[in-house]
Design a protein around this ligand. Structure first.
Ligand code: E4P
Ligand code: PEP
Length: 362
């Protein structure tokens, strides 16, 4: 099979542009990570998007909740269109929009981008895991928080990609539970690199990244969880030992829930207690949630639009309760915090304008 794909520029030109809320969302996430904004980053949504209409219904509900809790939370929608697999399985809407292994990427990038632009138009910042660096230029301008996942965090191309992405990037600890690879990834992403990227015209183009000052660690557990206060403190010690800022996000799902979605509320409650107790290094929490509880096989027919086809998710009502719990905790933390002033800001932002994140040529 040899099937040329439409270029990123052609896909983008056929759709409305990414809304301005994307850059506002990036600024909000950076402000939280820098400690300039006391709110809690709350990254929430389905494990994967397989039905864009149902996912937009979810986005509408989340956008309303984000407004309700806006004093305490920066709510970001998980809008994941690519899935990393341990061995094999459905790889996501972008590479396989028909969910049957045909791999109709041309339809996937068109439908996927259309979804991302519509989801961003709700005003929610979007979270996205970059699995295939070749596909990044089709979607990156719609994303406000990015993940490099537990299965790719050791990969040099992913670290180099992250070093040039114009949004904060969370590096997840390995599936084995090891933190050192993710901490190395944070350091690598903060540096400048020369790398090939797919340009808007589809040509491989050599660029120099300027380094991502907002790469950070995401604790997602492994064979055992790492969300408890002792594990969080240990991770912070390792970060500062590596010369990195003490800030991290904790994923309540995956290894931290033992892949049992019904354990996520207990994890979130524990994290909320750490936040309420004043842990300012805990910048954010991730939750896997969708319209209806549980999961179904991607091969299920009829396929339900409202149930995850990858990891099992919490339903909307359970999610609402957790958002309220986190908002109360963040409010309590804010009450304990001294306002950040210029003299207490230790790491000046090295941000350049998004458009100049990649310099042309080395
Ligand atoms: O988040 C989803 C899954 O955990 C991830 O894609 C890996 O899934 P797998 O182990 O079933 O392949
Ligand atoms: C695959 C994911 O996470 P992890 O890389 O932690 O397994 C995910 O968040 O969808």
């Amino acid at each position: 099979m040899s099937d040329p794909l439409p270029t990123p520029a052609a896909i983008a030109a056929a759709l409305p542009p990414a809304p301005r809320s994307v850059t506002r969302g990036r600024a909000a996430v950076r402000a939280v990570l820098d400690g300039h904004d006391p709110r809690l980053l709350t990254i929430v949504g389905p494990c994967s998007v397989h039905d864009t209409d149902a996912a937009l219904e979810y986005a509408g509900r989340l956008a309303a909740a984000a407004r309700r809790y806006g004093d305490d939370l920066v709510v970001v929608l998980r809008a994941y269109l690519e899935k990393p697999r341990t061995v094999s399985g459905w790889t996501g809407l972008l590479p396989d929009p028909t969910l049957d292994g045909r791999g109709d990427v041309a339809t996937g990038v068109r439908r996927g981008r259309e979804f991302l632009v519509a989801a961003a138009a709700t005003g929610l910042p979007l979270a996205y895991e970059f699995v295939d660096p070749l596909l990044a230029p089709y979607v990156a301008d719609t994303v406000s928080w990015a993940a490099i996942g537990a299965r790719t965090v050791a990969s040099q191309p992913h670290r180099h990609l992250a070093s040039g992405l114009p949004m904060p990037v969370g590096m997840k600890n390995c599936v084995s539970g090891r933190l050192d690879t993710a901490i190395d990834a944070v350091r690598a992403a903060s540096l400048t690199h020369v790398l090939p990227v797919v340009g808007p015209d589809g040509r491989l183009t050599r660029v120099r990244s300027i380094g991502n000052p907002h790469a950070h660690l995401v604790l997602r557990g492994g064979p055992t969880p790492n969300y408890g206060a002792a594990a969080v403190a240990d991770a912070l010690t390792r970060l500062t030992g590596a010369g990195l800022p003490p800030r991290l996000v904790v994923d309540a799902s995956h290894g931290n829930s033992g892949k049992d979605h019904l354990r996520q509320p207990a994890v979130v409650t524990d994290l909320a207690a750490q936040v309420a107790a004043g842990n300012t290094a805990l910048a954010g929490v991730m939750i896997e949630s969708y319209l209806t509880d549980g999961r179904q096989a991607p091969a299920a027919r009829p396929l339900r639009p409202d149930v995850s086809v990858t990891d099992a998710c919490l339903d909307w009502n359970a999610t609402e309760r957790l958002l309220q719990t986190l908002a109360r905790a963040a409010g309590a933390r804010r009450g304990r915090m001294t306002p950040v002033t210029a003299s207490t800001v230790t790491a000046p932002s090295r941000l350049l304008a998004d458009a100049t994140r990649y310099e042309a040529g080395p």
